[in-house]
Every structure is written in structure tokens, then in C-alpha cells.
Design a protein around this ligand. Structure first.
Ligand code: HEM
Ligand code: NAG
Ligand code: NAG
Ligand code: NAG
Ligand code: NAG
Ligand code: NAG
Ligand code: NAG
Length: 329
């Protein structure tokens, strides 16, 4: 299966250059690039390239979602920068390994630079490309208007990234607290974790739940025993370094849908944090509503817009990078 070959891990996050923007979205607006690219439709250009990639490789959906999330604990495209002079950049931060998708961002960037140099930010390319990928992976009902007008940061530091990303064993209240530091609330936290409806995780994050949960010598009792058996065969304890992957949504791993919530209610959450939001009284009602109702497509898009507004640079701040991988001289 194609997804099993996709790289998985993650990198993350960023510099707190600006205050959190909890309401309104600073100077971001829908259609910021209209009429600004010599007659080229910027959003249509992004969409064409993402659709072409998707037709060959559906894992572009989880790849871009994860990239956008990790960048957005600061939304200034810092995650795209290559490390310089032996310094670790965000890309090299530990949870990183393989936040992928840099190549498709580069492809979009060069297509746009050839039409209107220095106009479209890398941060906006990530935001637009992710929206397009979500719609390709989920269908038209997942369409949302993406806000643009972000500018690119010019600093990337791995150590800041490391401490910023949420851990996979967080309780619901810890996850909510983490998102709150970025101006997002409990509903946003549950909705955005719904991105785990696509993609994969490496065995190392799941093994503790399978073999020795909380030093009990047994599996996590919160996990469906049938799932425990299946996952044990993918992630054997005898080969702790085996670089195998598990799909985060066991039912429809490449489709953007609300099946993630149904799965976690059925005790088939893969990461501990996924399972935690299904059982905690702070989040269980929201999870149930998303699993049983039809509101996820609309609400997910709204939460993505809020995530895309975290600590953005706008106006005269930052720069429009010429190459997404390096800060302009
Ligand atoms: C408390 C919050 C979150 C935690 C602790 C978390 C943790 C993780 C972990 C540990 C993985 C597996 C990485 C690996 O195997 O290397 C993962 C994968 C993923 N995460 Fe999250 N995540 C969180 C929130 C989000 C959000 C908000 C999004 C997007 C909106 C997101 C999108 C994804 C996607 C799409 C994947 C699969 C990537 C792929 O298949 O390439 N996550 N996450
Ligand atoms: C239009 O294209 C020309 C030639 O590539 C370029 O110099 C100019 O900056 C572009 N205009 C805008 C608004 O990007
Ligand atoms: C979270 O914020 C959104 C958007 O402002 C709002 O619609 C929603 O009701 C809030 N949820 C909670 C639990 O406060
Ligand atoms: C872990 O085990 C300790 C001691 O048995 C127990 O008090 C605690 O509640 C357990 N924690 C979880 C998350 O299961
Ligand atoms: C959520 O959990 C609490 C405490 O475990 C429980 O009392 C409540 O009925 C649950 N709500 C739903 C909607 O499942
Ligand atoms: C980084 O951006 C700030 C403005 O946000 C600017 O003052 C500074 O000179 C930039 N640094 C570099 C190396 O480009
Ligand atoms: C700690 C660690 O393994 N970091 C990796 C992050 O990604 C870079 C580039 O792919 C690797 O070279 C690093 O080893």
C-alpha cells in the first residue's frame, strides 16, 4: 500500500514572533493574491500542481496536513528552511525525520516565481496546498476559503521547535492547554486532531501501548484487544527498531472523513492522545457529535482557518522568500 512507504514523522514548530491572534486573523484575508500575479490565478496554480501530485500519490494529503500543522505552531514557513552552517533547523528537530512535502511546495513556488517573482509567500503556499489536498482527499464538502497574506519568517531554530510540539501521550486536558497557548479552544483541538483520519505513525509511538503500558507488562486496556493483536504483528517487540508504520485511521486511512471519531469511540485510537479525547469528559461529547453527525466537513475547515492564523507574519513583517528553503540575502 502506498501509504506504508510514505515517510512519517514530524517536525515542528517555531518562533513566537508575534502575539497570538485568537480572534479575527490579523491582516489575513480571503483572495489576497487576486490581481497580484500578472494575470495568473495563484490559487488555481497551486490547485493544479497539488491535484497532479494527488493523482499519483494520495499520501500528499497526510503529508501536507502534517506539514501545515507543524509549521503553524507559527505559520511562517520556517519549517521549510534548510539548516545552515551545521546548525539544526526546524526540519531537523527531533520529531521531524520526515515531515515531507517540501518538494511539492518547491514545485509550486517555482511555478509562481516564474509568473510573479517575489509575490507569493511560502507560508501561503502551504496553507493553500493543504486546503486543496483536504478537498481532494475528502470531497467538495470539505472546501473552505483559505485566508492568505502571510509572509515568511527568516529564522529557523530546532531547539525552539522541539519544545513546542505536542507529545503523543498527552491527556485531553494537556492537549487543550497546548492548543490554548496558540489561541485555539477545546473544540478546535478535537476538530484538528480529526486530521488523524489520514496518514501513518511509526511503531515507536505505539509500542508502549501494546506491550508494557504504564509498566503493567500488558497492553493498554483502553485499546480494543483485537486491534492490539493486529498491531503487534506490524510492530513486533522482538524488532524494536523495525521501521514499520501503522495507519492512524484503521478504516479509511487515505480518506478525509469522520471515521477517525468512530474509530476512537470503538477504542481503536492509535496514539494515546487520540484515545484520550474519546474518553475524557472534556471532549467526549464533541467526539460523539462528530462521529454521529454530519458537521465534521464544515467545522474542520473552520478550525483549519483558525490554525492557519496562528502567529502569522503580515504586512511589512518578515519577507517573501525567493526559495522556500532559504532566507533571502
Ligand atoms: C495534540 C496534538 C497532536 C499530536 C500529539 C500529534 C502527534 C502525531 C504523531 C506522533 C504522528 C506520527 C508521526 C510519526 O510517526 O513520525 C502524527 C501524524 C500525523 N499528524 Fe498529528 N498530532 C497532533 C495534531 C495534529 C494536527 C492538528 C494535525 C493537522 C491538522 C495533525 C496531522 C497529522 C497527520 C496528517 C499525520 C500523518 C502524517 C503522515 O502520514 O505522513 N496532527 N501526529
Ligand atoms: C510581472 O512579470 C514581470 C516579468 O516576469 C515581473 O518583472 C513583474 O514583477 C511581474 N509583476 C508582478 C506584479 O509580479
Ligand atoms: C471555539 O471557538 C470557536 C470559534 O471561535 C467557537 O465557534 C466554538 O464555540 C468555541 N468552542 C468552545 C468550546 O469554546
Ligand atoms: C499507571 O499506574 C499507576 C500505578 O499503578 C496508576 O496509579 C495510574 O493511574 C496509571 N496511569 C494510567 C494513565 O493508567
Ligand atoms: C462523557 O464522559 C462522562 C464522564 O465519563 C460521562 O458522564 C458522560 O456521559 C460522557 N458523555 C458522552 C456524550 O458520552
Ligand atoms: C528578518 O526579518 C526582519 C523583519 O521581520 C528584518 O528586520 C531582519 O532584517 C530580517 N533578517 C534577515 C537576516 O533577513
Ligand atoms: C535527530 C534526527 O535523526 N534528525 C534527522 C532529521 O532529518 C535529517 C534530514 O533528513 C536527518 O539527517 C537527521 O538525522
Amino acid at each position: 500500500m502506498a501509504i506504508a512507504t510514505a515517510a512519517a514523522a514530524a517536525a515542528l514548530a517555531l518562533l513566537c514572533l508575534l502575539a497570538v491572534v485568537p480572534t479575527g486573523h490579523g491582516a489575513l484575508q480571503v483572495g489576497f493574491y487576486k490581481g497580484k500575479c500578472n494575470g495568473t490565478d495563484v490559487e488555481a496554480t497551486v490547485k493544479r500542481i497539488i491535484a497532479s501530485r494527488f493523482s499519483r500519490d494520495r499520501t500528499i494529503v497526510p503529508i501536507l496536513l502534517r506539514l501545515h500543522f507543524h509549521d503553524c505552531f507559527g505559520c511562517d514557513a520556517s519549517i521549510l528552511l534548510d539548516g545552515k552552517g551545521g546548525k539544526k533547523a526546524e526540519k531537523d528537530a527531533d520529531p521531524n525525520k520526515s515531515v515531507n512535502g517540501y518538494d511539492v511546495i518547491d514545485q509550486v513556488k517555482s511555478a509562481l516565481e516564474s509568473k510573479c517573482p517575489g509575490v507569493v509567500s511560502c507560508a501561503d503556499i502551504i496553507a493553500i496546498a493543504t486546503r486543496d489536498a483536504v478537498v481532494l482527499g475528502g470531497g467538495k464538502q470539505y472546501t473552505y476559503s483559505v485566508q492568505t497574506g502571510r509572509r515568511d519568517g527568516n529564522v529557523s531554530v530546532a531547539s525552539e521547535a522541539d519544545s513546542n510540539l505536542p507529545g503523543h501521550t498527552l491527556s485531553a486536558s494537556q492537549a487543550i492547554a497546548k492548543f490554548k497557548t496558540k489561541g485555539l479552544n477545546a473544540s478546535d483541538t478535537v476538530l484538528l486532531l480529526g486530521a488523524h483520519t489520514v496518514g501513518i505513525t511509526q511503531c515507536s509511538f505505539v509500542r508502549p501501548r501494546l506491550y508494557n503500558y504504564n509498566n503493567s507488562g500488558k497492553a493498554d486496556p483502553a485499546m480494543d484487544p483485537a486491534l492490539v493483536s493486529r498491531l503487534k504483528s506490524t510492530c513486533p517487540s522482538s524488532r524494536p527498531t523495525a521501521n514499520n508504520f501503522i495507519v492512524l485511521d484503521q478504516r479509511t486511512p487515505l480518506t478525509v472523513d469522520n471515521s477517525y471519531y468512530k474509530q476512537i469511540l470503538a477504542r481503536r485510537g492509535i496514539l494515546k492522545v487520540d484515545q484520550n479525547i474519546a474518553t475524557d469528559k472534556l471532549t467526549n461529547a464533541t467526539v460523539k457529535a462528530l462521529a454521529t453527525g454530519s458537521s465534521f466537513p464544515t467545522l474542520f475547515g473552520r478550525a483549519m482557518v483558525r490554525m492557519g492564523a496562528i502567529q502569522v507574519l503580515t504586512g511589512k513583517q518578515g519577507q517573501i522568500r525567493k526559495s522556500c528553503r532559504v532566507v533571502n540575502k
